[in-house]
Design a protein around this ligand. Structure first.
Ligand code: ZN
Length: 55
């Protein structure tokens, strides 16, 4: 018996993923290194979005 593993893949777009939507404050940013939300005054690298702790 031949088993058909070649089933077509479903490409489901889950763009409307409504998990916990937290309104980000305008004077806050998320560090791309530690992924913590800091105040803008802690922003050390605006291009990389990295806080002072991670630079
Ligand atoms: Zn950081």
């Amino acid at each position: 018996m031949a088993t058909d593993y070649d089933a077509p893949r479903k490409n489901e777009d889950e763009q409307s993923e409504e998990v916990e939507v937290k309104p980000k404050q305008d004077d806050e940013f998320t560090c791309m290194s530690c992924f913590l939300v800091h105040h803008r005054s802690q922003l050390a690298d605006a291009k990389k979005m990295i806080c002072r702790d991670c630079i």
